[in-house]
Design a protein around this ligand. Structure first.
Ligand code: SF4
Length: 195
């Protein structure tokens, strides 16, 4: 991590700007490669993430890692992963608009420092707060959005795929578009055994 991101991380780990600070075990700053070119945004840490202090380590995270692997992507090389809010909402509820509004500046600062070529918005909450409340994941998934001159691909959240496996087919089509775009913008020689 470079020094700017390190000092941002130290600040975020001390954050008590919203009520979620009272019930969390860990602040989940995010993890991955700062220079990988892809920034993945989820909703919020869940129970497993809160206990381990890492993003996307539960069942959803394992599924996300499988999808990334099929694309030829790994956390250590190609992506950085974080969330709209950095502390777990009790009972894994959806973050409130207030919590999201208070926490979002951390995420926006991360994106500014990391400067990814591609954003992946995992699910309705990431789409809503990154693009706007009028955006619907069922309508927008699979379509590139331009968010302040940055390309963003909304896809279903892996938790939704676990609830409804029939969404996996569309999701794979969306991730194929991400691989094509990655070859176009980051590495023309990117290898994926499946795309
Ligand atoms: S959720 Fe965000 S704003 Fe709230 S305490 Fe955690 S880091 Fe701070």
């Amino acid at each position: 991590m470079n020094s700017e991101t390190e000092s941002l991380k130290e600040e975020v780990l001390r954050c008590t700007k919203c009520e979620l600070a009272k019930t969390r075990n860990h602040v989940i700053f995010g993890e991955g490669n700062l220079n990988g070119g892809i920034f993945i945004i989820g909703e919020a840490p869940g129970r497993d993430e809160d206990l381990q202090g890492r993003p996307f380590v539960g069942l959803s995270g394992q599924l996300l890692d499988k999808i990334l692997a099929a694309c030829g992507f790994t956390r250590s090389e190609h992506v950085f992963i974080s969330n709209i809010v950095k502390c777990r909402p009790p009972g894994n509820r959806v973050p409130t608009p207030h919590e999201a509004a208070v926490c979002m500046p951390w995420l926006l600062k991360q994106i500014e420092l990391i400067n990814p070529k591609i954003l992946i918005l995992l699910g309705a909450t990431a789409l809503k707060y990154m693009a706007g409340p009028e955006y619907r994941i069922t309508r927008e998934r699979g379509n590139w959005l331009n968010l302040n001159s940055r390309l963003a691909m909304p896809v279903y959240h892996p938790a939704a795929l676990l609830r409804d496996p029939s969404l996996k087919r569309d999701t794979w089509e969306d991730f194929k578009k991400i691989v094509y775009k990655y070859r176009e913008l980051v590495n023309p020689n990117h290898y994926s055994a499946h795309v």
